[in-house]
Design a protein around this ligand. Structure first.
Ligand code: BG6
Length: 486
């Protein structure tokens, strides 16, 4: 209801001169704007400490957008978008600067949908929320949404503290926790493929599935994030959030609707049903690794310990392989192998479902390719052409990203997430119970790692983790599915 008043969407970016804003957020806005997907009446307020004017800020962002927009960059579109952009010099760490923010947004009048994107380090989330509240910006006249990106705490206790602090300013319904994996096309597609094909849904259970693999391998190292990464490691950086999101979508029951609550409550059931690893059994479930120097596509790369801002002799893992079980009627007893690592041989995020094999032939294999290739690969058995009765594996390979049209029509994760936030669609965001549940599991695992003094095995850059990660599967007569599909 707008009571006859004009509706305006005001998007505020705190940390407006950072990398995330230049590389991801502003290009996402440009894409949405050029595709007429922005709300009809909107303003973007960039808040930064640097002494820019709106004009000089626009000059700075132009080359970034030229480089990073998905849709064709056109000057006239950019100029039109910039009519809605404003730069305000303000220090988000200083309460006394907030009344000026209020003055700017209040002058726009109308009933506003106010979105606060905190593109800042996590220790500033709560102070910004407090200051917004104290300055009266979070008034009851307008609607308010805050968008924050992981890490949400470093363990369950710090996550709870952050949550309580945020909830003194925003109610949980207004907190949009970003996991950019949920904005990826093929992760959304897992649900569509599962629930719209009897072909798949009918066999998505422990009677038919031998095991599941979820892999997110990256050729990049820690780049300029040594300090953050060295105190985080792959378990907290990738598994607790991105990979558990994928796992919960792969393992969930069909939600009764497309609403955020329905989807998220099914996802959280999977996380709650993860079976904690028993004392003394860590070796059967976990392999940690750290990259040393090596070669990626013929280029020599340094080892983790030589990266900037990494502690000498740091024990931080850059690779994790994990075997998990979910205690659910659907997947009970099905091993789920998860693996993520930096400086591996190739970049690939994918989910593989290997089915049980009839005697004497290869198992059916379904691979959902998430990144960089997007598509679905299915291996099955057929007769070799000719007179022989020999059965051979054949495959169907649907490559979604190979089609130019699909590629240009596929929004990037941040574009999708910002659009969803405008529409107050929380299904692409992480719910608080999901955060809690995944920390509960990871905290317990980290306790086991400390108690059992799990070793961190070395692997040369360019290899998909330490050899022990292979052995984890080989012991059970399985292997990581790496090279067999196109
Ligand atoms: C981030 C992690 O959340 O996800 C990074 O902090 C990682 O370490 C990145 O590289 C991977 O995202 P994507 O979209 O490149 O798979």
């Amino acid at each position: 209801m707008n009571n006859g008043k004009q509706h305006k969407t005001v998007f505020m970016i705190f940390g407006g001169t950072g990398d995330l804003t230049y590389r991801k957020l502003l290009p996402a806005f440009y894409n949405l704007f050029s595709l007429f997907k922005m709300p009809q009446d909107f303003e973007i307020l960039i808040i930064g400490r640097k002494e820019y004017t709106t004009e000089s800020y626009i000059d700075i962002i132009r080359p970034w957008l030229k480089k990073f927009t998905r849709t064709n960059f056109r000057d006239e579109v950019f100029e039109r978008m910039c009519d809605h952009m404003h730069y305000l010099v303000a220090d988000f760490t200083k309460e006394e600067d907030y009344p000026r923010i209020k003055e700017v947004v209040d002058q726009w009048g109308g009933v506003q949908q106010r979105l606060y994107y905190l593109a800042v380090a996590p220790q500033f989330f709560a102070p910004i929320a407090f200051s917004l509240k104290k300055a009266g910006i979070l008034d009851p006249v307008h609607s308010h949404q805050v968008m924050i990106e992981k890490p949400f705490g470093v363990d369950i206790t710090s996550a709870q503290i952050l949550h309580q602090q945020m909830c003194t300013a925003f109610d949980d319904e207004s907190i949009y926790r970003i996991d950019h994996y949920l904005g990826k096309e093929m992760i959304q597609n897992i649900m569509s493929v599962r629930f719209n094909n009897t072909l798949f849904e009918g066999i998505w259970n422990h009677h038919q599935i031998d095991h599941i693999q979820i892999s997110a391998l990256e050729t990049v190292g820690v780049e300029n994030r040594g300090e953050y990464y060295d105190h985080t490691g792959a378990l907290k950086d990738m598994v607790q959030n991105h990979l558990f999101q994928i796992l919960s979508i792969v393992g969930m029951e069909k939600p009764h609707s497309n609403s955020a609550e329905a989807i998220q409550s099914q996802q959280v059931k999977v996380l709650d049903a993860l079976i904690p690893i028993e004392n003394g059994k860590l070796h059967d479930h976990l392999v940690l690794g750290q990259y040393t120097e090596g070669f990626i596509a013929d280029t020599k790369t340094k080892g983790y310990l030589d990266e900037d801002n990494v502690r000498p002799n740091s024990p931080t893992e850059t690779f994790v392989a994990l075997k998990l079980y979910v205690d659910s009627p659907r997947l009970s007893g099905v091993p789920i192998y998860i693996r993520t690592g930096k400086r591996t041989q190739k970049r690939a995020t994918e989910v593989a479902i290997q089915f049980k094999a009839p005697q004497g032939v290869l198992a059916n294999l379904l691979i959902i390719k998430i990144y960089p290739d997007e598509g679905i690969y299915l291996r099955f058995n057929a007769k070799k052409p000719g007179t022989t009765q020999e059965v051979v594996p054949v495959f169907m390979d649907f490559c979604q990203s190979c089609v130019y049209e699909n590629r240009i029509n596929t929004p990037e994760a941040y574009e999708r997430l910002i659009e969803a936030a405008f529409k107050k669609d929380k299904s692409l965001f992480t719910s608080w119970p999901q955060v809690l549940s995944s920390w509960r599991f990871i905290d317990h695992l980290i306790e086991r790692i400390a108690a059992e003094q799990a070793e961190v095995y070395l692997y040369p850059a360019g290899q998909n983790g330490p050899i022990q990660a292979e052995e984890l599967l080989n012991r059970e007569h399985r292997h990581w599915i790496d090279e067999e599909h196109g």
